[in-house]
Design a protein around this ligand. Structure first.
Ligand code: PMP
Length: 324
């Protein structure tokens, strides 16, 4: 799906026209993947658009930049306000927001720290990532021959641009094999995660998910689903998951900002459970969607209402000059 255009992009502290948000081909990030990014959703609620887990996303962005030694030239509050303001000025309802911090053009040294740090935020109208039927009927996926990065090679917990080449291999292979998504194992052969999703397995009344040491991204939807499961008093285990446990599970689902909560109905053409969305998956979805769409009580304080939020310090609105 091509990205639908919205009016403004936030670029280095200013709102610029969508078509003017360009970079130089010498941009370090273009050559070496030198970036840290986020993916955030806003949902349409009766009180207008609301961003889901905004602070957790901003925190993860800053943490990733800290790991990567790339100081963000804006304060946390400025980034937060810029995201809220961008949804507002673009008059978006349900949308996806993509903050990106990257090393700009200066030199091609593999120590990037002399390159300028640039910051952009893109927001656009967006629906279901894995297709509109996926959340109800489930998806067919396969275990990839590509492993997740081994500990001590890349910092898997940070959302660093270059690391997504690994996810691209997983996704391409899955699509070539006729699957909607691929699941990568970690370097030790335990289940890690999807190309862009965390994974949960429900088996014999226990909810399992791989631990952070299995080279996963610590997904914010994962954390939210764990919170809901704790609300239900479900036994939860964050522990190494052998591949064969996938085929033996009662229910399996993906979580992610894009994928939300998506049931998996088959893995490697093996039917999972009864091949349809299971009751726990449905309960989590019902609860999750009621909260994010403002139909249920926001009992964990996950939403930031764009219209209710304090107005950001005035950002300059102007036609763009291309980034230096
Ligand atoms: N794993 C990877 C590799 C991802 O890219 C994502 C999407 N950000 C996730 C898991 C899910 O994380 P979140 O729930 O924070 O979107």
């Amino acid at each position: 799906m091509a990205i639908p255009k919205s009016k403004f992009i936030w670029m280095d502290g200013k709102f610029v026209d969508w078509d003017a948000a360009t970079v130089h081909v010498g941009t370090h990030a273009l050559h070496y993947g030198s970036s840290v990014f986020e993916g955030i959703r806003a949902y349409s609620t009766p009180r207008g658009p609301a961003l889901f887990q905004l602070d957790a996303h901003v925190d993860r962005l800053f943490a990733g930049c800290k790991v990567y030694r790339m100081p963000i030239p804006f304060a946390r509050e400025q980034m937060r306000d810029a995201i809220v303001e961008l949804v507002r000025v673009n008059e978006l309802q349900s949308c996806y927001v993509r903050p990106l911090v990257f090393r700009g053009a200066d030199n091609f040294s593999l120590d990037p720290r002399k390159c300028p740090v640039q910051v952009t935020i893109l927001a656009f109208e967006w629906g279901r990532y894995l297709g509109p039927e996926a959340v109800e009927q489930g998806v067919d996926v396969g275990v990839s021959s590509w492993r997740r990065m081994a500990p001590g090679t890349f910092p898997a917990l940070s959302k660093i641009g270059g690391q997504y080449i690994n996810s691209q291999f997983v996704a391409m292979e899955a699509n070539d094999h006729g699957y909607l998504e691929g699941i990568a194992l970690d370097i030790n052969g335990y289940v890690s995660e999807g190309a862009g999703e965390n994974i949960f397995i429900f088996s014999e009344g226990i909810l399992y998910t791989p631990p952070i040491a299995s080279s996963i991204l610590r997904g914010i939807t994962r954390q939210s689903v764990l919170t809901l499961a704790r609300d239900y008093g479900l036994p939860i285990r964050e522990e190494n998951i052998p591949r064969e446990m996938l085929y033996m599970a009662d229910e399996i689902f993906f979580t992610g900002t894009a994928a939300e909560i998506t049931p998996i109905r088959s893995i490697d053409r093996v039917q999972i459970g009864n091949g349809a969305r299971g009751p726990l998956t449905q309960k989590l979805q019902d609860d999750f969607f009621a909260i994010v769409e403002g139909r249920g009580e926001d009992r964990h304080g996950w939403l930031t209402h764009v219209n209710g939020a304090p107005t950001a310090p005035k950002f300059e609105m102007r036609a763009a000059t291309p980034a230096k």
